[in-house]
Design a protein around this ligand. Sequence first.
Ligand code: HEC
Length: 181
Amino acid sequence: MLDLKAYLFTLPAVAQPNKPHDLSPPFGWRALVSVWKALYFTPGPYRPDAAKTDQWNRGAYLVRALGHCGECHTPRDALGGKKQDMELAGTDSGPEGGIIPNITPDGETGIGRWSDTDILNVLESGLLPHADYVGGQMGEVVDEVTSKLTDADRRAIIVYLKTLKPIRHQVRRKKTAPSAY
Ligand code: HEC
């Protein structure tokens, strides 16, 4: 981040008034961000859980921090905060209105019946168990993030996902033809 700032500050200064925010009230009221942060944001580094293995902690760190998996896979409340008790349980109203599957280990509505290899395939290449490929936003995640991880990191993610609380939560399924991804 500091390198980004250093670069931006080397650019020539341009004297042009900023555009006004086009968010409708109250979303444009900056002071409210501190309220939102008090509700949903805990600053500080990831704190490993000493009761868990290193592999689990690595997975938790990748899923919760670096991978931002919950930004899409966790449903949100009316204020736009992630519902803590629904971690990774999927949502019908993901970013850009997308349908985001439940990836908790629930056998009916989540990925509880998937083998480690099934999950590994998705993270590595986007291949789903029924021989389709993930598309859209997850396609980008696979392309830009999970396909570039080491195998050990992908396996740590799987270990972590498998220990999540199984949450029964059915999201609508897309019934589209295989994506072009
Ligand atoms: C930008 C939003 C976004 C992010 C971030 C994201 N996903 Fe996804 N994920 C999706 C969408 C959308 C799908 C459904 C894709 C499809 O079926 O075409 C999906 C599908 C999946 C599936 C397949 C589940 C199923 O039932 O088909 C798994 C497993 C998965 N994601 C794991 C992860 C993990 C692990 C991370 C973090 C490293 C992650 N996702 C981050 C949007 C996201």
